[in-house]
Design a protein. Structure first.
Length: 259
C-alpha cells in the first residue's frame, strides 16, 4: 500500500470511528460509569478496528485503566477466557497486563485492564535490548505447553514495564485442544474470513495458518539483518542463537483453519 493510500485510509478510519463514538457516547459512558469508571476518554481513534473500540478511564480505586468494548459475540469473551487461563500459569502471570474486570450488558462486552505505562516494543528498542528478547521465546514456549496459539505475535503486542516484557491482545488466541474453551470465529461469515486473512499478516506461514514461533523468527531474523552493522559482535551472536532457536521450533505448535 502506498503512503498516500495508507494515509487516506487512516483518515477515513478515524472519521468513521469518531462518528461511531458520537452516536454511542451516551451508552458507552453510562455503561462505564455504572461500573464505577470515571474520566472516560476514547483512546487513539485511528487504532479502532474490527468493531473493537478503545477507551481509558479511572477506576474506583483510582487506578488508571484501559478498556476494550465491542458488540461482537466472541472477541472479548475469548480474550477474557484467555486471561483466566493464562493467569494460572506461574511464568505467564508475570508477563501479563493486570486484568481488572469484565462487563456484559445489552449485547456489549468490555474488558478492563490496568493501563500500562511501559514502552511498546519496536525494532529500535529490541536492537538496544537483545538480552531481553529471550523472554519472547519463553512466553511462546508456555503458550505451546498450554496448546495455545496467540496468532498475532508482533513487537507492538508486547510492552516493557517494570523491568519485564508483557504480552497482550488475546482476542484471536486459539486453544488447540478438543475441549478448549477458546473458540474460532464463525467461518461461514465472509467478513470473518477477511479478518483472518489480515490476522498476523506478514508474520505467518500461510493465509490461514498461524505459528507463533514462525512469527518470532520473522521478527528476529529481520532484526538480525537490519542490525548487522550496529550491533556488537556479542549482540549479534546472541541474536543469532535466538533466530536459530525459533527456526528449529517452527511447525511444533501450528494452527490452521484449513482442513
Amino acid at each position: 500500500m502506498s503512503f498516500l493510500k495508507y494515509y487516506l485510509s487512516l483518515i477515513y478510519r478515524t472519521i468513521k470511528n469518531r462518528v461511531y463514538y458520537i452516536k454511542n457516547r451516551s451508552f458507552i459512558h453510562e455503561l462505564f460509569q455504572e461500573n464505577g469508571y470515571q474520566e472516560i476518554k476514547p483512546f487513539n481513534l485511528s487504532k479502532w478496528h474490527h468493531d473493537l473500540y478503545l477507551f481509558t478511564a479511572i477506576a474506583k480505586d483510582l487506578d488508571p485503566v484501559f478498556i476494550k468494548i465491542t458488540n461482537l459475540p466472541r472477541l472479548l469473551k475469548n480474550e477474557n477466557k484467555a486471561y483466566k487461563k493464562l493467569q494460572k500459569n506461574k511464568y505467564l502471570v508475570n508477563h501479563l497486563i493486570e486484568h481488572k474486570g469484565y462487563i456484559k450488558k445489552n449485547g456489549y462486552r468490555a474488558l478492563v485492564l490496568k493501563r500500562a505505562k511501559g514502552i511498546v516494543l519496536n525494532e529500535e528498542w529490541a536492537a538496544n535490548n537483545i538480552g531481553e528478547l529471550n523472554t519472547l521465546i519463553r512466553i511462546v514456549d508456555e503458550f505451546k505447553s498450554l496448546s495455545l496459539v496467540h496468532r498475532d505475535i508482533k513487537l507492538d503486542n508486547f510492552i516493557y514495564e517494570d523491568g519485564s516484557i508483557k504480552i497482550f491482545d488475546f482476542s484471536f488466541m486459539i486453544d488447540k485442544t478438543q475441549k478448549g474453551k477458546l473458540k474460532e470465529i464463525d467461518l461461514s461469515d465472509k467478513k470473518n474470513i477477511l479478518k483472518l486473512m489480515d490476522l498476523g499478516i506478514h508474520y505467518k506461514p500461510a493465509h490461514f495458518t498461524w505459528d507463533d514461533y514462525y512469527s518470532l523468527y520473522v521478527i528476529l531474523n529481520s532484526l538480525q539483518k537490519k542490525g548487522a552493522k550496529n550491533l556488537s559482535k556479542e549482540g549479534m551472536n546472541e541474536l543469532s542463537l535466538l533466530v536459530r532457536e525459533c527456526k528449529e521450533k517452527i511447525n511444533t505448535n501450528t494452527y490452521s483453519v484449513m482442513k
